[in-house]
Write a protein that binds this ligand. Structure first.
Ligand code: PNS
Length: 207
């Protein structure tokens, strides 16, 4: 079964367990390279819906990330200290195997637009063929983040634009630091410096 919760926060929807039942644990899997305000929105709202949310960063050897898995974990931890039922971890292999290992029967995903739906539905169905006890729950991304993705953030940073309004403050600093590490003396990407470019070397780093 697939469950789509629209704006769960506004209606205080909850699928937490009743007192005597085991806690409902949700895995929020993804690349998070880097975490955006859209991801954070889903994590915050997911934490209100479920007893425990595990944000799980995929170790994907096929991708060349901007940030290492450890850096991404730290970035997510730094922007979620106010969420006591949120844990950050990494995994490799199949998401459902990780979910089984963590005793979680819910996969949490954000839906930004109809264009996300086809891929997400395919993923949800695939996961259910791998483990029939897993349920995928979609939260509709808040309107203001409906355009936002990690790729958009990297694209803007690459061409020197400011990403301050798109990612948590610490992550924006990391992106700037990332740039200055490989271009010492240069001005990091900001809105006032639209022609600078973010480092490309980090894109090739090992996870
Ligand atoms: O943030 P992303 O890149 O959209 O996340 C995609 C992710 C990590 C959720 C997805 O690629 C995934 O679950 N990968 C693990 C491999 C797996 O379980 N594949 C089967 C489902 S298609």
């Amino acid at each position: 079964m697939l469950l789509i919760l629209l704006h769960a926060n506004r209606y205080n929807a909850s699928i937490s367990s009743p007192d005597a039942s085991p806690p409902v644990i949700a895995i929020y899997p993804g690349s998070f390279d880097p975490i955006t305000l859209g991801h954070l929105d889903i994590i915050e709202r997911g934490s209100r819906v479920f007893d425990h949310v595990i944000v799980a960063v995929l170790r994907n050897p096929d991708k060349s990330p901007l940030f290492t898995v450890q850096e991404r974990i730290e970035q997510i931890r730094r922007c979620t200290p106010h969420l006591s039922n949120v844990e950050v971890d990494s995994f490799d292999g199949l998401t459902v195997e990780y979910a089984r290992l963590r005793n979680a029967k819910v996969l949490l995903r954000g839906l930004r637009a109809v264009s996300d739906f086809e891929k997400e539905l395919q993923m949800a169905h695939t996961n259910q063929t791998l483990w029939d006890e897993i349920e995928t729950v979609f939260l509709a991304t808040s309107n203001e983040y409906s355009f936002l993705s990690s790729s958009v953030v990297k694209e803007i940073a690459k061409f020197g634009g400011s990403v301050d309004h798109l990612v948590p403050q610490q992550v924006a600093l990391d992106i700037c630091r990332c740039y200055t590490e490989t271009h010492p003396g240069a001005t990091p990407p900001t809105a006032t410096n639209p022609t600078t470019q973010v480092n490309h070397h980090r894109m090739d780093r090992e996870v």
